[in-house]
Design a protein around this ligand. Structure first.
Ligand code: SF4
Length: 683
């Protein structure tokens, strides 16, 4: 292999007593497999990252105290040993396994064991995950007990095969709560000055080092600047790093906290790759120890530059490794065209505590064990000449076509009425800041273009007769969804009176069909609470309209909170002059106004020349029902199976659309039927 400017990314790195094989540092994240996370499922997921070349794999947040009772646990020998499959799977591919030991403090919700949350001081927390908590202020014996538990957990982790022990304090967890004057109002030796606030963390590091430091590397994960109240600022962050440096073998640096605008999640709409470097890029001033930086890094040149300049020793990645577990291998091999780039949509973050890990770009993420999916390996088609028609080149249709092509099917036709692929992403990516989401389309366009067995037919609108006449034996419908023009709302399950007027538009009519509001004053109805209502409002603002947003929810874009977009989006809307009218149900649309009412029936009229209804999407499933409703006609046409995927089944988040297209592509059998999905077989 010839030398490349990225070779330095593959240098080994000494971390205390252990050596990472390269500089790719797989960051921790929750796999979202529920509260009782499944170590075997986690092992399969992490093994794929290790196989793909990540030199360090950090298992997700792992707790050890009764008061911090969620996610993986090493609270007992038995539970720690249950994690051994993770370390063995990671070691099998030559990577180091890292254990992130966490105590969430006031952010935890020990509802299972019914103890109060613990924190440095009794200050309430409005948690984004568990609601409001008023903790018990820790007494000295509790501080020392948690510290001992931390060290004991480190020993159990080492005995389960972990090479690195991370003493976690980022994201406003307990150690950061002690360090931060926002959470720590103590007046004893653990509060007040920075030296006192740092004492909890320093003592814990010392105990952990004493327990396992001769065999494991000691990592500290620190948010070096909270960029908000819930942590420390950069100067205190750097001062802490100087203080703790002798106790640490590797600094894992992030920014932000849980109690501000979720800046740690850096959604691509708001933050560019490497945004955190403004703060984290200064950590090298405070230490000579190895530094792992985070920043949704996907650009090899930026990664190599960070290392070359000494800003980072290791390049951290969570989302880039979810989207493409094989990112390091692809960089090493120069297969840049093959990289599945994280689009920064944060749908993985939305699912990180409930359900399964989901990735818009990589539907195999989280499905390595129960469905047996591998991102780079596909079962060959037994009947590659099966003619397959896919109607709709949105996320589900594109993904189904890609998987079928990668399986070796040779007669796959993907058709769409639009001139290019993308489905709803075509207009969604035109909303302010959402351009990176179009990379989902671009990747699949590129892949489909290289698959000899897949043809794309643009500007092709098929009705039922057209589908039957097409010559396919298998039909996959991925016809998407549309916003209900009637204003069908969550609150009433009924059309809004007046929604059929000329001045009332849906987001698609505005952004896809090119219709424009009748006058300058536009009311956007955010009945869904996701991104589209708020983002469409922002688009209108930038087009020069005066915008107000009405939502029945307590806040606009309420369900986009965990993606990290919503707080910034709301702030930008207000800065742009929008009024956010919350807790109001739209009851009527009149010629010059929107009428809404609060929960007490108090009415308000908002002057409006036009209205945009982002209330609920509905599946475009008429074609499916027409086709399957006439079995004789299908038989006569030689069509053996009709399947459907994505929003035309039920409108869901983007990651579920690509997942379902992928699933059909994987399961399609030689006779056109879908094989049994192992994840859907109930025990
Ligand atoms: Fe990246 Fe989105 Fe996948 Fe998360 S869900 S890893 S942000 S592409």
């Amino acid at each position: 292999m010839t030398a490349s400017r990225y070779d330095l990314l593959f240098d080994p790195v000494q971390i205390g007593p252990v050596t990472a094989p390269n500089r790719f540092y797989g960051l921790p994240y929750s796999l979202g497999h529920g509260i009782d996370a499944d170590p075997l499922r986690a092992a399969a997921h992490h093994a794929t990252r290790a196989e793909g070349g990540w030199g360090v794999i950090t298992a997700g947040e792992c707790t050890f105290s009764v008061e911090s009772d969620h996610l993986l646990s090493v609270a007992t020998d038995e539970r720690a040993q249950a994690l051994r499959p993770i370390t063995e799977a990671v070691h099998a591919h030559g990577a180091l396994a890292s254990l992130e030991l966490a105590h969430s403090g006031v952010v935890a919700s020990p509802l299972e064991v019914r103890t109060p949350a613990l924190a440095p001081s009794q200050l309430q927390f409005e948690g984004s995950f568990f609601g409001r908590t008023i903790p018990k202020a820790m007494e000295r014996d509790e501080i020392h007990r948690v510290q001992r538990e931390w060290a004991a957990a480190a020993v159990r982790g080492r005995d389960a095969g972990f090479d690195l022990i991370c003493v976690y304090g980022a994201h406003s967890s307990l150690l950061m709560q002690f360090l931060s004057p926002f959470y720590n109002h103590r007046e004893d030796e653990y509060g007040g000055s920075l030296e006192n606030r740092a004492r909890m963390w320093l003592e814990t590091l010392a105990l952990v080092r004493e327990a396992v430091g001769d065999t494991c590397g000691i990592v500290a994960r620190v948010a070096v600047d909270a960029l908000g109240p819930g942590g420390v600022d950069l100067e205190e962050g750097l001062a802490f790093i100087r203080m703790a440096d002798p106790l640490v073998d590797l600094w894992d640096i992030t920014i932000g906290g849980l109690d501000n605008s979720r800046v740690d999640l850096t959604p691509s709409r708001v933050y560019e790759e490497g945004f955190a470097l403004t703060w984290s890029g200064r950590v090298h001033e405070a230490t000579d120890k190895p530094i792992a930086l985070n920043g949704r890094f996907t650009t090899p040149d930026l990664m190599a530059d960070l290392v070359r300049k000494g800003t980072a020793t290791l390049v951290g990645g969570a989302r880039p490794g979810i989207a493409d577990p094989f990112l390091p291998q692809k960089i090493r091999a120069g297969r840049f065209d093959d990289v599945v780039e994280c689009i920064g949509c944060n749908q993985c973050a939305q699912r990180h505590m409930v359900g399964s890990l989901s990735c818009s770009q990589n539907p195999t993420a989280g499905e390595e064990r129960r469905r047996g999916w591998h991102p780079e390996r596909f079962e060959r088609a037994e009947n590659p000449d099966l003619p397959i028609l896919i109607v709709g080149a949105g996320p589900a249709g594109m993904e189904a076509a890609t998987v079928l092509g990668r399986r070796g099917f040779q007669m796959v036709h993907l058709v769409d009425a639009r001139p290019r692929m993308g489905g709803h992403l075509e207009w969604f990516a035109s909303l302010p800041g959402f351009r990176p989401w179009a990379r989902l389309t671009e990747l699949r366009e590129h892949r489909i273009g290289r698959l000899s067995g897949v043809q794309f037919a643009p500007r092709t609108e098929l009705d039922a007769a057209g589908v039957r006449d097409y010559g396919a034996e298998v039909v996959i419908l991925a016809t998407g969804a549309r916003w209900a023009p009637s204003g069908l709302s969550l609150s009433t399950h009924a059309p809004i009176p007046g929604a059929d007027a000329e001045q009332v538009l849906t987001p698609e009519q505005l952004l896809l069909d090119g219709r424009r509001p009748a006058g300058k004053r536009v009311v956007v109805v955010d009945g869904e609470g996701e991104l589209v209502g708020a983002a469409t409002a922002q688009w209108l603002q930038r087009e020069g309209y005066d915008v107000e947003i009405v939502t029945p929810w307590p806040t606009v874009a309420i369900h986009a909170e965990h993606a990290g977009e919503a707080p910034t989006l709301r702030r930008e809307l207000v800065q742009g002059g929008a009024e956010l009218v919350t807790g109001m149900v739209v009851t009527a649309i009149e010629a010059d106004a929107v009428v809404c009412a609060d929960e007490f029936g108090r009415e308000r009229r908002i002057a409006a020349d036009a209205v945009v209804l982002a209330t609920q999407r509905r599946s475009r499933d008429a074609l499916y029902h027409e086709l399957v409703g006439d079995r004789a006609a299908l038989d006569a046409a030689g069509i053996v199976a009709v399947h459907r995927a994505g929003d035309c089944v039920a409108p869901r988040m983007l990651a579920e659309s690509t997942f379902e297209g992928h699933r059909i592509g994987r399961l399609l059998g030689p006779d056109g039927a879908l094989a049994t999905d192992p994840a859907l077989v109930l025990a």
